[in-house]
Structure formats: structure tokens, C-alpha cells
Ligand binder design. Structure first.
Ligand code: 13P
Length: 251
């Protein structure tokens, strides 16, 4: 078993084109030649093309923060997978809790989007995670199971291994309240067991599971040291190149 670590920066709704280019240049300077970790940056749509030009010739990959599941047509405000692909996008974040909370994302739309991303040959990063009240009432595993079964409905094992899962406890996102390495490992191990039930053990062993929620340079090493934590999906700390580097290459 050797899953490569994958660290992705989710810039969320931050950075103009000029600011994005500057941040991408910083990321390339800090971690552009790293080989043993897959490094991804996910700028807002408006910056994708400009950032793709900055990433050329480096090992840093380009990701998007969402996609619409229809191929083209009268869907004002939406962006299709072919548009993303033409910008050089290789990864697409799906089902982020902010999409679920504010923009009506459901397990069903995540499933449709997962299919569309896979069909285009890109890598979906499927986000799951519980709210604080769900953790407190002891239904964390149930919530993650429902989200994962929904997202992967009808998806074959051959396709499932081409996906990444991000476990992001909602109470840890942007709050500075990081899950303890043990809390993260417990849920990651549960998710891997669930994948083994849904598919088979070899498939489950191959799927990378990232942790997301207040991951910073000072807690990354411990989290990434856990056997089922294969990477990070980073919000705040991905907006400063030196901090992002501190997670990609923890001291
Ligand atoms: P923070 O790292 O800012 O908590 O955000 C995590 C996140 O939502 C990444 O997708």
C-alpha cells in the first residue's frame, strides 16, 4: 500500500486575477519542484486560465472549486467541465460544505457532478463531513456514510479509484478548531472500511482521503502522520505561499 500524499489549496472566493497570479508564483517558487507530494491549487474560476499559465513547467496542478453537471446551454452563471478542462484543470472539488450550506448542493448533485468529472478524465475531490450538532449527537459516521454512498451511487470500482475524498468536519472549517489527529484518523478509517464494503479492500486501499478544516503548518505533520490521512484540503493557510509550503513540506 502506498498512497501518495495530496495537498490541495482551496482558495474559496478570494483573490483577483492579479492576486491569484502573484500567489501562484509564490506557490511555484516554494513547492513547484516537489515530487513526492501531489500539490494542487484551486483558484476561483476567474483566475483559472491565468494561474494555469503560471503553473506551466512546474509540478503544481490546477483544480476548480465546483462544476455544473450539464454539458452546455442556458444555465446562466454556471461553468461546464469542458470549460474547466480547456483552462488546464485536472482536479474538481465537489460537495464542499459551503456549497451544501449556501447553494443547495445535495448528495444527488454531487453524484451527477462526480460522473461528469470522471467522464472527462479529471479527478473529483468529493467532500464529506458532519456539522457540530451531528458530531455531538453521535451521528458523524452515519452522515459521512450517507454522503459517500450518495456521491458514489452507480460509480464502478474502476472509477472510484480515480477519485479523492476530503473529510472536512464542518465545525473545523475556518474556525481554527482542528480535529485532533485521533478524531481525523477514526473517521478516515471508517471511510476506508465503508469503501471496502461498497467496493473491495484493494479499491479502498487505493483511494486517497484528505483531511480539511483548520490544517496549518503547526498541525499538519501530526495529522498527515496518521495511517489513513493521505493529504489535506487547505483553506485559509493556502492563501499565503509560505504557510502552504509549511503544510506540503511540514518541518
Ligand atoms: P480552512 O483550512 O480555512 O479551515 O478551510 C478548510 C476548507 O474548507 C478547505 O476546503
Amino acid at each position: 500500500m502506498s498512497r501518495k500524499v495530496i495537498i490541495a489549496g482551496n482558495w474559496k472566493m478570494n483573490k483577483t486575477v492579479e492576486e491569484s497570479v502573484a500567489l501562484a508564483q509564490g506557490v511555484v517558487a516554494e513547492v513547484g519542484s516537489v515530487q513526492d507530494v501531489t500539490v494542487v491549487v484551486c483558484p476561483p474560476y476567474t483566475s483559472l486560465y491565468a494561474v494555469s499559465q503560471v503553473l506551466k513547467g512546474s509540478n503544481v496542478k490546477l483544480g476548480a472549486q465546483d462544476v455544473y453537471f450539464e454539458a452546455s446551454g442556458a444555465y446562466t452563471g454556471k461553468v461546464s467541465i469542458s470549460m474547466l478542462k480547456s483552462c488546464g484543470v485536472e482536479f474538481v472539488i465537489l460537495g464542499h460544505s459551503e456549497q451544501r450550506q449556501f447553494f443547495g448542493e445535495t448528495d444527488e448533485t454531487v453524484n451527477k457532478k462526480t460522473n461528469v468529472v470522471l467522464a472527462a478524465g479529471l479527478t473529483p475531490i468529493v467532500c464529506v463531513g458532519e456539522l457540530l450538532e451531528e458530531r455531538e449527537s453521535g451521528v458523524t459516521e452515519k452522515v459521512c456514510e450517507t454522503q459517500i454512498r450518495g456521491a458514489y451511487a452507480g460509480i464502478s470500482a474502476a472509477d472510484a479509484v480515480k477519485t479523492v475524498i476530503a473529510y472536512e468536519p464542518v465545525w473545523a472549517i475556518g474556525t481554527g478548531k482542528v480535529a485532533s489527529p485521533e478524531q481525523a484518523e477514526d473517521v478516515h478509517a471508517f471511510i476506508r472500511k465503508l469503501l471496502a464494503d461498497m467496493y473491495d479492500a484493494p479499491t479502498a486501499e487505493m483511494i486517497q482521503i484528505q483531511y480539511g478544516g483548520s490544517m496549518k503548518p503547526d498541525n499538519a505533520k501530526e495529522l498527515l502522520g496518521k495511517p489513513n490521512v493521505d493529504g489535506g484540503l487547505i483553506g485559509g493557510a493556502s492563501l499565503v505561499a509560505e504557510q502552504f509550503k509549511g503544510i506540503v513540506i511540514p518541518a
